[in-house]
Design a protein around this ligand. Sequence first.
Ligand SMILES: NC(=O)c1ccc[n+]([C@@H]2O[C@H](COP(=O)([O-])OP(=O)(O)OC[C@H]3O[C@@H](n4cnc5c(N)ncnc54)[C@H](OP(=O)(O)O)[C@@H]3O)[C@@H](O)[C@H]2O)c1
Length: 298
Amino acid sequence: MERVQLTEDLQFSRIIHGHWRMADWQYGSQQILRVLEECLEMGVTTMDTADIYGQYTCESLFGQALALKPSLRDSIEIVTKCGIKLTSKEGVGINHYDSSKKHIIESVEASLLNLHTDYLDAVLIHRPDVLTDPEEVAAAFSELKRAGKVRSFGVSNYTPSQLNMLQSYLDEPLITNQVEVSLLVRDQFENGTLDQAIEKRMPVMAWSPLAGGRIFTGEDAQTLRVQKALKKTAAEMGTENMDQVLYAWLLKHPGKIMPIVGSGKVKRIRAAVGALQLKMTKEQWYELWVASRGKPVD
Ligand SMILES: NC(=O)c1ccc[n+]([C@@H]2O[C@H](COP(=O)([O-])OP(=O)(O)OC[C@H]3O[C@@H](n4cnc5c(N)ncnc54)[C@H](OP(=O)(O)O)[C@@H]3O)[C@@H](O)[C@H]2O)c1
């Protein structure tokens, strides 16, 4: 498995496993542990979660599985997120964003307990809080780092200017911006996010790399065009698996995109890992780009 260097002493696996849908999988702790062990055998060591996933349940589901085999903790990197408050939490009146120092620290403390760990490899601010006071974020990050509770920090769903603004208040570089990128959602290629990632040597994590499954089930004109092109490219590349072509398409970009696989099914995670071996030509890449865009390049 290819490893991606984020800081001097932190690497992620190029393919990451995501826990957003974990509550829907309806797996018990033993089954979650088995999926984790299968991931590790494939070299998928980085796990992406968030305080709010599964209405605040997914961190605990994973933490309970990890508690069955605590020796695995140091073989994985745990990425979690904070900064969104949902009404499913007691005392929250309306869904909103909160990047205050108090909320970041309280959320991280809760994540540590839920995940049965005494450190997190990375904490990301989940979505930009319009009312962010960057000095508070900086103070929260410094305190958590000094206490050895969090090794590194990043953001998610930030525009390049939001990222630059926050970065200008921080002592250490943000390690990533986790954003939605797929063949159906191409905005990041053209809105400066991926340019910034390359400029800053800051690989992005790609959420919903298969457009949340919509790429297989959608019936709108764009999806139908993409499905047709995917079938053609899959045949040319010698795979029957459209997922693999989608991953290979993301992996070819020079921004070192790290796709987050959202399925709990081991065969799907294996397919993503297999995509690292596939070679896609520039013409194949642009054929898919054009299918998504709906018009040839100018
Ligand atoms: N930072 C953020 O704001 C944010 C937002 C959303 C997600 N995320 C992260 O990104 C991760 C991945 O997101 P995602 O789950 O939306 O990723 P995704 O991989 O694009 O979508 C996963 C969905 O696609 C389905 N699927 C996969 N392969 C399929 C196939 N061959 N045919 C039909 N359906 C297929 C899966 O179904 P099965 O379960 O049946 O395989 C699952 O429902 C999340 O777990 C989370 O960690 C972050």
